[in-house]
Design a protein around this ligand. Structure first.
Ligand code: HEM
Ligand code: CA
Length: 211
């Protein structure tokens, strides 16, 4: 018998462990899927992450946020978030509201000191401090990427079509990830995944993993 062959991923007394399945053969596709990646975001179809995308020495979470840093100075001001959100296809009114929510929620923890800045800048250097609860754990607390947690998302919640999350399934995922009494985390996660749904959905209205 090989090492790990008889690991149980379902407990008979907890039916949810049967409903939300865990993949057991990830290592066939991704080297050491349990090791957090600082610079790349691999998945089973792209074991080396996105090819030709420069990391510029930034964590995967920093790279996510740097998309919005229009002048690449390491700080994301609201007008930069607004431009980025508009570029993703949102209308001006929604972009304004989304921008305000994001910069108001994420600015303070990233500032260099303790005095709040009314211009609501987000400093990419310290973006890991904005990690919140009730998330998917795809980013670790330092902003690295956890391949195993991204894959678990699909095995647990993409139940109608493999590798494909419908709006209902995405919603069920945010419900499943809820930590007790974590109101801020619940709202932040719902916002992040609803935004992602809007940006990434295909013609059938579901989110496919990258090809
Ligand atoms: C339309 C634009 C955006 C989309 C679709 C989006 C989507 C997401 C998604 C899906 C996650 C993962 C949440 C989870 O693991 O449960 C995430 C995490 C995060 N995003 Fe965004 N995001 C957007 C804009 C932004 C902006 C503008 C910022 C800040 C400048 C930002 C900062 C973060 C941070 C700090 C996290 C880590 C939260 C955590 O895992 O606890 N995002 N985002
Ligand atoms: Ca900037």
């Amino acid at each position: 018998m090989e090492v790990g062959e008889c690991i149980a991923t379902e407990a008979p007394k907890v039916p949810v462990t049967k409903e939300r399945k865990i993949g057991t053969d990830l290592e066939k596709y991704i080297a050491k899927p349990y090791v957090a990646r600082a610079l790349q975001a691999p998945d089973v179809g792209n074991p080396d992450g996105t090819k030709g995308y420069p990391d510029n020495g930034m964590t995967v979470l920093q790279q996510h946020v740097a998309f919005f840093d229009q002048n690449n100075d390491g700080v994301v001001y609201p007008w930069e978030t607004f431009k980025g959100i508009r570029d993703l296809g949102f209308d001006p009114f929604s972009s304004f509201v989304i921008t305000f929510v994001i910069n108001a929620a994420f600015s303070y923890r990233t500032l260099p000191g303790w005095v709040p800045n009314p211009l609501l800048p987000i400093y990419i250097e310290r973006i890991h401090r904005d990690k919140h609860g009730s998330d998917s754990a795809t980013y670790d607390t330092e902003g690295r990427f956890m391949p195993v947690n991204l894959e678990n998302m699909f095995t647990k919640y993409a139940l109608t079509k493999p590798d494909n999350l419908s709006l209902k399934e995405l919603w069920q995922m945010t419900e499943g990830n809820r930590a007790a009494f974590d109101y801020l985390g619940w709202m932040a996660s719902k916002l992040e995944w609803l935004l992602l749904y809007y940006v990434a959905k295909d013609k059938q209205g579901s989110v496919q993993r990258s090809c």
